[in-house]
Each structure stands twice: as C-alpha cells, then as structure tokens.
Ligand binder design. Structure first.
Ligand code: FES
Ligand code: FES
Length: 189
C-alpha cells in the first residue's frame, strides 16, 4: 500500500492505496463519488472523464498513486461549493445541459460535463481547424471534434453541442473550478 494525498473537489483526501488502483475506482469505491461513471474501463468512452489539475483525463486510465498531490475535480465539484440543494449555483455547463435537454439516460453526462469544462479551457488547433496558426473559434465542428472522446449511446450529440456552444458564446464555462482560461475563446454566432 502507498500513502497519498489527493485534493478532490476542494478537500484533501489522505489515502492508503493499492498501487494498482485506478483513479476511477478510488473515486467511486473509496470516496463514494459515483457521479464519475465507468463505461468501458479502457479509455474508449469518456464516461469517466474528470479534471486533473484543470485538464481533462480519463480516470479509468489514471493510476491513483500517480495523482499524489494533484487537484481532481469530478462532476460533484463542478457546481458552486454550496451546491444547488443549498441555494448554490449549477456550473454553467450543467445549466445549459438542462436548458438544452442534452441528455437522455444521463450515463455519459458527468463525463461530457467534465470534458466540456476542460475543453473550454484548452487552446490551440484541432484536427478540423482550417488555419493552424490561429487559436480557432469554437464552431460546432470544433466542439464535435474536441468532444469526440466522449461517446453518448443515446445519441444526444446535437443537444450536447448546442449546450456547449451556448456556454462557449458567453465564456461562462471558463470558471475557476474547471481550471479555465477566462475569456479565451470566441464562439460562432
Ligand atoms: S470508462 Fe474510462 S474511458 Fe470508458
Ligand atoms: S445520455 Fe445516455 S449515454 Fe449519453
């Protein structure tokens, strides 16, 4: 066993872990944070996406022991600290997903939300960016490409892209909890 401390959703969690434990299993089985979903457990579906030091990552492929000292945000940590049940605010992406009806069964949704929060903070071109010399605008095509690691078996992609586009337009997704670069992007109208 190894002794590690991971900061999860703003709180330090000192833990004794088997070196073979994935971050996903640590979150779900040890910390009870079951919002992060296990789909394929092989890095193929994106259901387990969390933010590690502000960057999105597949928790099923990340060893817990390698995250010692890291700051991890799960879907439970996206909303304001008070939480919606106590009068706090949803993350703008959560609100947009509700507004746009961007889910059906909801299984992929935590991963979609964390991935989108991380994506909004990223810069640089993607595989569909026409001009590699420029920081591209977040067109629907850019959003689809950048979210392509997150599968939705219900096929809610149209509304997922619409919800993310809404947030990208306002810059509201660039919150500190997502480790975002505020105002980094200009969305297509
Ligand atoms: S459960 Fe991690 S990518 Fe599918
Ligand atoms: S809403 Fe069902 S898998 Fe995406």
């Amino acid at each position: 066993m190894a002794e590690i401390t991971i900061r999860v959703n703003g709180s330090d969690a000192p833990l004794s872990v088997d070196p073979r434990t994935s971050l996903l299993d640590l979150l779900r089985e040890r910390l009870g944070l079951t919002g992060t979903k296990k789909g394929c457990d092989h890095g193929q579906c994106g259901a387990c996406t969390v933010l590690i030091d502000g960057r999105r990552a597949n928790a099923c492929l990340a060893l817990a022991i390698a995250q010692d000292g890291s700051d991890v945000t799960t879907v439970e940590g996206l909303a304001s600290a008070e939480g919606p049940a106590d009068g706090g605010d949803l993350h703008p992406l959560q609100a947009a997903f509700i507004e746009r009806d961007a889910f059906q069964c909801g299984y992929c949704t935590p991963g979609q939300l964390c991935s989108a929060a991380g994506m909004l903070a990223e810069g640089g071109p993607s595989a569909v960016t026409p001009d590699l010399a420029e920081d591209p605008r977040l067109t629907p095509a850019e959003i689809r490409e950048r979210m392509s690691g997150n599968l939705c078996r219900c096929g809610a992609y149209v509304n997922i892209v619409a919800a993310i586009t809404d947030v990208a337009r306002t810059g509201a997704g660039d919150g500190a909890r997502a480790g975002a670069r505020a105002g980094a992007r200009e969305a297509v109208t």
